[in-house]
Design a protein around this ligand. Structure first.
Ligand code: ZN
Ligand code: ZN
Ligand code: ZN
Length: 256
């Protein structure tokens, strides 16, 4: 079976280019320097999962002609990861008003309900985003018989979840991985990992920290995501990295 992760977006919260920015990265004509907000589409053993629904969700699904999503997995409730929630209406329309399966922890779900309050109160408006929420914690869960393992992450002071599906792990928005979670990250074919920029940041990994963690986890291939324009040009940074650790870019498809 063709298991694949498609990186729909690999940019930090403001995206690249950032509005109005004249820096060389924002002005670059290299398509790899154009980064929508971080999200990924995983097809695994016949099921399709979307990780996060950021503000670029609609554009990302149109660009890649994605119509089929079996479930949405949410990492945390920052706006750059859930801002596209209203646009799941299109998926509701396509599936005859079926609610789309959505997995999140309590913290994320409560915050999403606050941010999109109108979808969760009585209304005579007939077009509201509709999700079938399943509560997840740190235990592995199944969707369509596929086991998914949440990974506990610290994102500054905010909790965040990573996900392992088969031999793929997806870890965005992290500043620290608890020691106990490294157990869940053994024998990976592919690791997608947060790497914001070269200098340190309170709630994300710097390039140096990401390389250190990627080296420890030792997946066959690691790709960085959630990249800021402060990281530098894709073509420059890739030269500084070992062959099995690379920057991701929007539209990159990786088989595993
Ligand atoms: Zn810039
Ligand atoms: Zn975040
Ligand atoms: Zn983010």
């Amino acid at each position: 079976m063709n298991n694949e992760i498609l990186l729909l977006g690999t940019g930090t919260s403001v995206g690249i280019p950032m509005i109005g920015c004249q820096c060389e990265v924002c002005q670059s004509t290299d398509h790899r320097d154009k980064r929508l907000r971080t999200s990924a589409y995983v097809t695994y053993e016949g099921s399709a999962f979307l990780i996060d629904i950021g503000p670029d969700f609609r554009q990302q699904l149109l660009t890649h002609d994605i119509k089929n999503i079996d479930a949405i997995l949410l990492t945390h409730p920052h706006r750059d990861h859930i801002g596209g929630f209203d646009d799941i209406r299109a998926l509701n329309f396509l599936s005859d008003s079926k609610k789309i399966a959505l997995y999140a922890n309590d913290f994320t779900w409560k915050s999403l309900q606050k941010q999109f309050y109108y979808a969760f109160q009585p209304s005579d408006y007939t077009s509201l985003p509709a999700a079938n929420y399943s509560h997840i914690d740190l235990e592995s869960f199944n969707h369509n018989g596929i086991p998914i393992t949440p990974i506990k992450l610290k994102h500054g002071s905010m909790p965040c979840l990573g996900f392992r599906i088969g031999n793929l792990a997806y870890i965005t928005d992290v500043s620290e991985i608890s020691e106990s979670e490294f157990e869940k990250l053994k024998d990976l074919d592919v690791l997608i990992l947060d790497s914001l920029r070269k200098t340190k940041h309170p709630s994300h990994l710097s390039l140096e920290e990401s390389v250190e963690i990627a080296t420890r986890i030792n997946a066959k291939k690691t790709y960085f995501t959630h990249i800021s324009h402060h990281m530098g040009l894709h073509s420059d940074v890739e030269k500084e990295l070992p062959e099995h650790i690379q920057l991701g870019h929007d539209g990159l498809r990786i088989q595993f």
